[in-house]
Design a protein around this ligand. Structure first.
Ligand SMILES: Cc1cc2nc3c(=O)[nH]c(=O)nc-3n(C[C@H](O)[C@H](O)[C@H](O)COP(=O)(O)OP(=O)(O)OC[C@H]3O[C@@H](n4cnc5c(N)ncnc54)[C@H](O)[C@@H]3O)c2cc1C
Length: 409
């Protein structure tokens, strides 16, 4: 039985892999000249480095991604914290960490960690307890902000932890992000120390994820068709078709005219000749425009060459120009490190306008019986748009194709 998978991002590659493993003959169609979708890297000759369009972080609760990495022999390309540490900085308090002590049960460890943050007291602890107690019954319409108001979360707790997490995992500010999805992320992540810790790729995504996946696909005789933009379902004559496209790309393919809410992520890659030491690989910045500063050289264990930092602006819906944002981020790094930076040797400004599809109530569209939609359309109360959602969606396709195959035989 022949299956066409349209879209060669993480969702499509996972779908192709799992379908081929189940014995289907798979053709994978990707419009771009390379696989990877949003988890892509490019080679920059000037700095002689493979660069991710944006560094990707994960949490230990990403079970399906971890299983996939195991299956493609790529677990060594992810480095993990031993237990959750959020390294933060703000102008008035300097550097401080929210660090979950691994010898305490995770819930207690988090509450203790919050209590130990500078400027926090029992009011933060009480709000954390109210947060834990109200996670289960969030209304679909409620925003994270409304939830925080309901539990009377102190401003400091929101700024130091909850807003950072909400932007980081949902790419959406609390005033519009859905509480039910945020509650799910918190519940999954804070169920154990293993789940709560953060991880990062220690090689560019092209080597850490895309190449091992491609190798496995080739081993399983998946036919990979690059530069193949599918314009109509009529172009495909397969027994089943799996659409692994973000909702806006799926709509374009199917001729559906409907707006899809998305948010941008801006990544400002900076290369310096001087060694600039960041206290942490992933440095959170509070009260600033850039929310995270990644020490990419340290992430990738690069000891020589230029010092590569990447500033990340999640949910970047500002109308600031490229030049304004670069100047702002550079001045914020200077303030944080209390140094005068030399002019970066190279700057690369990457703004993914549709970095993630926002969590909303998406309606099911009616498709022909042999066509299955597994594209990024994160539902309220489910996972937000992440690698984990893409992997899980890819895996779901096997069951969908299998059931329809059984029905027709
Ligand atoms: C800058 C940035 C940072 C991110 N950071 C994180 C992070 O830290 N952690 C995390 O978990 N997630 C992160 N994400 C989100 C994550 O990358 C995505 O959720 C995930 O990669 C989506 O995979 P996908 O396969 O669903 O979609 P995509 O990667 O978008 O793949 C869809 C593919 O379909 C192709 N396509 C489109 N139309 C057609 C067509 N008509 N015919 C054929 N092919 C077509 C596209 O070229 C693309 O390759 C980030 C995203 C960005 C952009």
């Amino acid at each position: 039985m022949r299956v066409a998978v349209v879209g060669g991002g993480v969702a499509g590659m996972t779908a192709a892999l799992r379908l081929a493993e189940s014995g289907y003959q798979v053709d994978l169609f990707e419009a771009a000249p390379a696989l990877g979708g949003r988890t892509k890297s490019f080679y920059d000759e000037e700095v002689d480095e493979w660069v991710d369009n944006g560094p990707h972080a994960m949490v230990g609760a990403y079970h399906s991604t971890l299983k996939l990495l195991e299956d493609i022999d790529a677990t060594q390309y992810v480095s993990w914290q031993s237990s959750l540490t959020l390294s933060l900085w703000d102008k008035s308090r300097g550097f401080f960490d929210l660090k979950a002590k691994p010898w305490l049960p995770v819930n207690l460890a988090l509450i203790w960690a919050v209590y130990r943050l500078p400027g926090h007291d029992l009011s933060s602890v009480k709000a954390m307890l109210r947060l834990a107690m109200t996670m289960a019954n969030r209304d679909e319409e409620q925003t994270v902000q409304q939830w925080m108001d309901e539990i009377k979360a102190p401003k400091r707790l929101v700024e130091d932890m909850l807003e950072v997490l909400c932007l980081g995992v949902m790419n959406e500010p609390m005033r519009t992000a859905k509480a039910k999805t945020f509650a799910l992320v918190l519940a999954l992540s804070f169920s154990s120390h293993r789940h709560a810790r953060m991880g990062w790729f220690n090689k560019p995504l092209s080597q850490a994820l895309v190449a091992p996946l491609t190798d496995k696909l080739r081993d399983l005789n998946v036919r990979i068709k690059l530069g193949s933009s599918i314009r109509s379902l009529d172009d495909l004559h397969h027994d089943s078709i799996v659409l692994a496209l973000p909702t806006f790309a799926r709509n374009r393919l199917l001729g559906i005219h409907e707006d899809v809410a998305t948010h941008a992520i801006t990544n400002i890659h900076l290369w310096f000749e001087d060694k600039i030491t960041l206290p942490n690989i992933m440095q959170g910045m509070l009260g600033t425009y850039g929310q995270w500063l990644f020490d990419v050289s340290a992430m990738m264990n690069q000891e020589s060459g230029l010092q590569h930092l990447c500033a990340i602006i999640s949910a970047d819906e500002s109308d600031k120009t490229r030049e304004e944002l670069i100047a702002l981020v550079l001045s914020e790094i200077e303030a944080m490190l209390n140094i005068k930076l030399s002019q970066p040797k190279k700057i690369r400004f990457i703004r993914e306008k549709r970095a993630t599809v926002l969590t909303r109530k998406y309606r099911q569209i009616v498709l022909p019986d042999h066509v299955f939609d597994i594209g990024e359309a994160p539902q309220v109360g489910g996972l937000p748009a992440t690698i984990e959602l893409a992997v899980q969606s890819g895996e779901k396709s096997v069951q969908m194709v299998h059931l329809s195959h059984e029905k027709n035989t």
